[in-house]
Design a protein around this ligand. Structure first.
Ligand code: JDH
Length: 262
């Protein structure tokens, strides 16, 4: 897999050289290049922004340096139509599902905007060479695309075979069931007067699985009730349904529905 990142702050992407992704690069599992957008400018001031047509606060990124950068990168692509990811507060939300989808690609190019974003015509024009995907990291406002790219490259990169040390953890993840994780513990078994839940020391694997499942459901109901609303619970066991009931949910037509007054 090849990654190219274009940014006016290439130093911002330095963490990609470290840890998991840096190791995968060193092992030849993925290639990554960071490009300074200013190196594609033609004027002596290396200008990348200008005032917005229609008025308003802030500046907009000029199209010409972007076209030059994206043209050069597309020309050097190992594939016919690379995917251009454009981080944007107005993009589709980046999810684990999208990470899996993008991990199948051979070439991903990331265009990091700053200021109020990139002139919209760049995205229209880029569709001639790329599959263009405006993507948002989530519903909050960042100052530019760089932080989003750090998160996306890490989430996608770790799905490439060989990048994550223990492939079992990936298999477990891909079977993850739309619920939050159960809590985890390690030694010492007593720490500052807090004991690890006894069942986890019992060696009874049936009871341990039941305990973990119950806590997944509890956490999800408390922190992410939105996940329960869309979950298919038609295959839930009697025990799982009982936990849901205690959390205030009934099962109706394969869905968990909040119990009201009676
Ligand atoms: C790329 C520039 C800064 C800030 C306008 C938008 C009111 C526009 N999840 C994510 N949040 N933010 C980004 C992101 C931000 C970026 C760029 C990605 C390039 N910026 C910027 C504010 C606005 N603002 C929100 N509206 C409610 C108007 C750009 C991101 C990702 N991925």
């Amino acid at each position: 897999m090849r990654f190219d990142v274009v940014s006016i702050f290439p130093e911002y992407l330095a963490p990609l050289e470290l840890s998991l992704i840096g190791k995968a690069r060193a092992d030849g599992l993925l290639e990554l290049a960071v490009h300074d957008l200013r190196s594609y400018t033609q004027d002596r001031h290396r200008t990348v922004d200008d005032t917005p047509y229609g008025g308003g606060a802030g500046m907009v990124m000029k199209p010409e340096p972007w076209a030059q950068a994206l043209e050069d990168i597309a020309a050097a692509s190992p594939v016919k139509r690379p995917v251009l990811i454009v981080p944007s507060p107005a993009g589709e939300v980046f999810t684990q599902k999208l990470a899996y989808e993008l991990a199948e690609e051979d070439h991903l190019v990331f265009a990091c905007g700053r200021y109020e974003g990139i002139d919209e015509r760049v995205l229209e024009w880029a569709a001639e060479h790329y599959t263009v995907r405006p993507v948002s990291l989530g519903d909050y406002v960042l100052n530019g695309g760089e932080v989003a790219v750090l998160a996306m490259v890490e989430a996608i990169g770790r799905l490439i075979p060989g990048v994550v040390g223990n492939p079992e953890s990936l298999v477990e993840e891909s079977h993850s069931d739309g619920l939050l994780e159960y809590p985890v513990y390690t030694k010492p078994s007593n720490w500052r007067d807090r004991a690890v839940p006894e069942v986890l020391l019992s060696g009874n694997h049936g009871k341990i699985a039941k305990f973990r499942r119950e806590h997944q459901l509890r956490r999800t109901a408390a922190r992410r009730p939105d996940l329960l609303d869309t979950l298919d619970v038609s295959n839930f066991s009697k025990t799982e349904r009982n936990v849901l009931w205690e959390l205030g949910y009934a099962v109706e037509q394969g869905r968990a529905v909040r119990r009201t007054g009676e």
